[in-house]
Structures are given as C-alpha cells and as structure tokens.
Design a binder for this molecule. Structure first.
Ligand code: SF4
Length: 495
C-alpha cells in the first residue's frame, strides 16, 4: 500500500516570497504529505525500467490508479524481458483504467524492441529517452532525475500551473515553463521541484477549487487565474452538480473520465453528447463506485445522447420531453429528487449556414414548456450544452460570429426570452468577468489562447435563486473540447 498521510491545513502569515524561499517553505510544508507514486516506486525498486514504466502509466492518471496498475503489471512483467513476453492486449488489461490506456499499452508493447539498441537498459540521456515510445520531455526529465539522479526539471501540469499561479513564470505550456525555470530555478531544486509541486498540487493547490483558505502562501500569492474553493459554514449542506459535454463518453473514458468523476466530489454528474448506447458501455463506465447511472439514447447509433451519474437516489427518471421528433435524438433526461428536478439537456446545434435553426428553436420552445411545468412543483435546474453563447461577453469574437450557429440572433433572442421568463444563468450571479469560456475549437490552439465560447450552463428557476451556493467553470479539466461546469445548491433552505 502507498503510505497516504493526510495534510493539515496550515495557513500562516508569510509575506512576499521569492522562488527559492517558496520552495524552501514548501519542503517543510509537504514533509507529511503522501509521496508521489513514481518517487515511491523509485525508492522501493531503484530500477530504471520500473521507474520508466510507472512514469508512462502516471500521465493523466491519479496516483492511486497508477500504483494499482503498476503493481498488476510488475507482477507479470518483472523486467524488460518479461514485458516482451506480454501481448499488447494483456498489457492493456493489466494497466486499465489508467488514462489513455490503449495508447500506453501500445507504447509499452513496443518498449522492449526500442530498448534493444541500448542493450535492454533504459538510457540515461535526454535525447535517447525521447526516442522511446510514449516518452516526451516530461517523462524523460522525470526518469533522468528520479532514476539516474541527474539534474533535470520535470514540468508536469502541477509544476506548470502552480509556477504560473504564483507568477514565477508567465508561460503558455509546460515546455516553455521548463525553459523559463532553467533560467531562474537554482540547480539544487531541479530534481525535487516536481515532487514538491505534485504533492502540493494534489493536496492544497488543486486544479479545481484550490484550498487558498488554508494555504501557507495565501497572503503573498497573486492567485493568477485561480477560483479558490468556497468554504462552507458548518450548517450549510449543499448538493454539488457537475455538467460536461464529453464529446463521446467512450473517448473520454480513455482520458480518465472515471477518475475525474470519482475525484470530483460531485453528488450529481451530468454528461452530454455521450454518443453511446448503454449496452455498449464498459464495466468501468457502468460501475463507477458510489454512483448509479441513467441514460437517454438517440435512435441513431453514435449520435447525441445524455446521461447522469448520481450518488443520490432519484424518485423518478424521465427520458425526453414527450415529443417523438426530439426524443428520438436522446437529448433530455430528467431526474426528480425530493427537493428539486434536474433536467440534463444537449441542445441541438443550429449547424453551418443555420441549416438546423428551425429544428433547434422548435426544440428549445418545447423544452421551455416542459421545464415550466416542472418549476411549478419545485426547484428546477437545467444543465447542459445549450449550444449558444448568450451575450457578447460569452465568446471571444462576438462580431465575427453574429451570423454563425451558436451566436445567431435567433438563438440569442430565444435565450433572452427564456431567461426573461424567470430563469437564472447561475454562473453570472458569481462571475461577471469576460474571458470565461466552456468550449474551445480544437483548431488553432484555441484553448491555450482562450479563444472560446461559454455555451454550457446551469440554469435555475428564479424562485429558487436563494438556494444557490456557487457556480464555476472547471477549465483545468481536459478530455473534451468542452470543460465541465459546476454548481452547488444549498439543501438547508427549501426553494
Ligand atoms: S492559488 Fe491558493 S492554494 Fe494555490 S498557492 Fe496560491 S494561495 Fe495557495
């Protein structure tokens, strides 16, 4: 078992701090935090082969999952020769469900051949490591520092994120961060900066809802681009909802979906554009521990579809809105709970040339009538991909998109009428800033440049507004061209 020791909340007064002082303080701070899995495997085995394999497995994967997958794999592949005896399929079975397990199985299957040029040994030079399958700069640097004790800076998502949050660098991607750190980071910290920031990033400065309220560095941290978690008072009981257009549930499964749901803390996790029939789901997608699941599927295979994973047992589940023309596309799923309805919706796309605008507006109107009836009875939440940016502030280039699907006058007018009829866009209650987006095109590096659209929403009926606790966009979660959005609702006060 991994020694998992919990951290304690240790906010102290710690004014203006430079990079070295920050790392010195961090070293003291994380002494009792859990050890990152690759460091642990290094300490236990001192084996460059196992360190390399564990590092490949650890990308986009939680430490606990990496530790379990590594154990299963190393039981059968004790060394490079034993790995050569395993089929790609067997490797896949052993390492599942680490993120991108299909690709990683391919890389590991090719690894023994690739290492032949190095007499079956893991090379200890960056350029040589980079020639191995599945090895990028991050992996190569980690192997150099952990397995060979060489000065190398491994910049993973935590190092990149936290160095930017703290303002020590101002960079767009991990590679540029590595180059920037090479200039400013004392060499004695090159090897350890990764494990320091990984444990700190997992425990306190988390990608979603960093715990600034109990962070040692709270007073001097510029918190660049950060939305800190909100601290609940003891008597505030809330329900946490997450909604995400996953752009294919089976595709996002390979990118760590199950771990994302498990680690999200969501009571209710709604997804859109599942593009799957329930009977096609893997066991992992059917059995996320603690969650039951409900699906609305399209008649057409591989198209549309929505689902809800929930830790609370619903009283009733309804698929569709009672109109065949729309229900055939599997776009709506409603769960009724004691004190609220949740309607999870994947709105149609108006499509290029607004070819489907009439269908979309008819769908929107039918949905409008449907949720109106629900809101008469109790708090009603509508979440999902609305496929429209409501206002100019909700997309990066409003002028250029005025006639395009997702920002056409017809779609915006409908949204105006809908919101005007007594519904609340929850995110804008808490955040009126521009540049807040939930979807980015895959083209032109749009996400890294934040050229995006806010088209995913949590909407609540106005009479229940007093129950709102928070609403956020979880931009740090990769895996789809959308990121998840989140809302918390108080349960203590009835709507
Ligand atoms: S963003 Fe918050 S949690 Fe992260 S270092 Fe700054 S104060 Fe600490």
């Amino acid at each position: 078992m991994m020694p998992m020791r919990s951290h304690r909340c240790s906010k102290k007064n710690n004014m203006a701090i430079n990079l070295e002082s920050f790392l010195l303080a961090l070293e003291q701070e994380v002494i009792n935090y859990h050890t990152p899995v690759v460091d642990l495997i290094a300490a236990q085995t001192h084996d460059p082969f196992k360190i390399l394999v564990a590092t490949i497995l650890s990308a986009r994967t939680k430490d606990e999952t990496t530790a379990r997958a590594s154990r299963r794999l190393f039981n059968e592949a004790t060394d490079i020769h034993a790995l050569a005896g395993l089929s790609e399929e067997r490797i896949r079975e052993l390492i599942k469900p680490v993120g991108f397990f299909n690709n990683k199985a391919k890389y590991l299957h090719r690894l023994p051949d690739a290492l032949k040029s190095y007499v079956d040994k893991v090379p200890d030079e960056l350029d040589e490591l980079l020639k191995l399958p599945g090895v990028g700069r991050k992996t190569a640097n980690l192997v150099l520092s952990v397995a060979f004790d060489k000065p190398a800076i491994c910049v993973d998502t935590h190092v990149h994120r936290i160095m930017n949050i703290r303002g020590f660098v101002n960079t767009k991607n991990p590679e540029v961060t590595e180059m920037a750190l090479r200039k400013i980071l004392p060499v004695k910290y090159w090897k350890k900066v990764n494990s320091l920031l990984v444990v700190f990033g997992q425990a306190i400065c988390k990608p979603v809802g960093p715990q600034c309220d109990c962070c040692l560095f709270e007073q001097d941290c510029p918190k660049n681009g950060v939305t800190p978690r909100r601290v609940k008072s003891k008597d505030t009981d809330t329900v946490k909802f997450i909604s995400w257009n996953v752009n294919g549930l089976r595709a996002v499964e390979k990118k760590g979906f199950v771990d994302i749901v498990k680690g999200s803390g969501a009571d209710i996790f709604a997804v859109q554009e599942t593009r799957v029939w329930p009977e096609q789901l893997s066991d992992e997608l059917k059995n996320i521990p603690g969650y039951s699941n409900y699906f609305a599927k399209a008649k057409k295979r591989g198209y549309s579809g929505v689902a809800v994973y929930t830790r609370r047992k619903p009283l009733n589940v309804t698929t569709g809105i009672g109109v065949d023309q729309f229900d055939d596309e599997g776009r709506v799923l409603t769960l009724e709970f004691a004190d609220f309805f949740l309607t999870n919706v994947y709105f149609p796309n108006a499509q290029h040339g607004l070819k489907r605008i009439n269908y979309k507006i008819k769908f929107n109107n039918a949905l409008f009538e449907y949720v109106k009836q629900l809101a008469v009875k109790k708090t009603t939440i509508i979440c999902g991909d609305f496929n429209v940016a409501h206002k100019a502030i909700d997309l990066a280039n409003p002028e250029a998109n005025e006639k395009n699907p997702g920002f056409s006058i017809e779609e915006r007018n409908w949204m105006d009428r809908f919101i005007g009829a007594g519904w609340v866009d929850t995110f804008r209650i808490f955040n009126q800033e521009p540049g807040q987006y939930s979807w980015w095109s895959y083209r032109f590096n749009a996400r890294s440049k934040n050229i995006g659209w806010r088209i995913d929403y949590f909407i609540i009926n106005e009479n229940s507004k007093s129950r709102l606790y928070s609403a956020d966009i979880l931009t740090d979660i990769p895996g789809s061209d959308h990121c998840p959005v989140q809302m918390e609702l108080k349960t203590a006060i009835e709507g």
